[in-house]
Design a protein around this ligand. Structure first.
Ligand SMILES: O=C(O)CCC(=O)c1ccccc1C(=O)O
Ligand SMILES: [Mg+2]
Length: 336
């Protein structure tokens, strides 16, 4: 997808308000132990630029468009709710680690469990889901996220093994839109809805999955979709229910997600914006973390001491500033 910024603030302005931070995680997630992010003190509020390290500049530029949009303007879409119910997110950990991680989220009624992790087996997934179901009780909601890790047959087999745990939905069970569409036909009888995540946020065309009838709902993230208004437009065009989720953001990025969720016309599912609980430290004066299963939608204030304490080491800060500069050069040059 291409970034869309009519008139991005000049590079010098952006670099002058940029702070690069490195935040320790409570547990390994996506193979990393620290989350690096650039925080921008924009005129409308703090915003976050934190594309994952392996993304190329074209993909990362859309995240920059979102950060500049969020730091430089407020969305004019109406705010429809003040508090956003969230799920706990459980990485692909061993059963004995589950209770400790879930405890960090407080009272969330919904848990999203990572499955299909490289190097693990279906038996690992079954045990993780079984243990979580026991802890949550029958009233809790369990959804899975495979991050595209199964092929079609593996996904079908896994869902048949896991359906006994009463699943709310499965997110990105397979990598491609074609596989999702076929899987959706194959498991229709099981009644497990299929959600698209990477097929929306990493796709050249975020609407292709909806057009192909390949998903029952969309997982949307403000940063990779180019910001709050862009994400709202995609949901409106897709005509499918949506769940707002984080990209393991700091409180600043989580706040953008919450302000997107606050503006969705319908919000039937708990949002994946509880991941502040996976950060061992944070930059916000008041963290965006679930209280009684929900987060607030305000902008966050930054703690200057935390900015200093969590400042990324010099070479990492330089790497991020160079990345920001390259991504900035890609904005506004490639009209949609
Ligand atoms: O949706 C959630 O519960 C939390 C966010 C999450 O899972 C995530 C966080 C970082 C990168 C990718 C993902 C993902 O949804 O695949
Ligand atoms: Mg996902």
């Amino acid at each position: 997808m291409r970034p869309t910024m009519d008139a991005p603030p000049p590079l010098e302005t952006v670099l002058a308000v940029a702070h690069v931070v490195s935040i320790p995680l409570v547990t390994r997630f996506r193979g990393v132990t620290h989350r690096e992010a650039v925080l921008l003190r924009g005129p409308a509020g703090w915003s976050e630029f934190s594309p994952f390290l392996e993304y190329d500049d074209a993909e990362a530029a859309t995240w920059l468009a979102a950060a500049l949009d969020d730091g430089w303007h407020d969305s004019e879409a109406p705010v429809l709710r003040e508090s956003i119910p969230v799920n706990a997110t459980l990485p692909a950990v061993a059963p004995d680690a589950i209770a400790g991680i879930l405890a960090r989220y407080g009272a969330c009624r919904t848990v999203k469990i990572k499955v299909a992790e490289a190097g693990q087996t279906l038996a690992d997934d079954v045990e993780r889901v079984r243990e979580t179901r026991i802890m949550l009780g029958a009233a809790g909601r369990i959804r899975l996220d495979a991050n595209g890790g199964w092929n079609l047959d593996e996904a079908e087999h896994a869902l048949r093994a896991l359906e006994q745990f009463d699943l709310e939905y499965v997110e990105q069970p397979c990598a491609s839109v074609e596989e999702l569409a076929e899987l959706r036909r194959r498991v229709h009888r099981l009644g497990i809805p299929i959600a698209a995540d990477e097929s929306v946020r990493k796709a050249e065309d975020p609407l292709a999955v909806a057009r192909a009838g390949a998903a029952d709902l969309l997982v949307i993230k403000a940063a990779p979709l180019g910001g709050i208004d862009r994400a709202l437009a995609i949901v409106a065009e897709a005509g499918l229910p949506a769940v707002v989720s984080s990209a393991l953001d700091t409180s600043v990025g989580l706040s953008m997600g919450a302000r997107l969720a606050a503006r969705l016309p319908a919000l039937e599912y708990d949002c994946g914006l509880g991941t502040g609980a996976l950060l061992a430290d944070d930059v916000a004066v008041e963290r965006v973390a679930p209280v009684d299963g929900a987060i607030d939608i305000g902008r966050v204030d930054i703690d200057e001491d935390a900015l200093r304490r969590l400042a990324a080491p010099g070479p990492r800060a330089a790497w991020w500033r160079a990345r920001l500069e390259r991504c900035h050069a890609l904005l506004g040059t490639d009209p949609v």
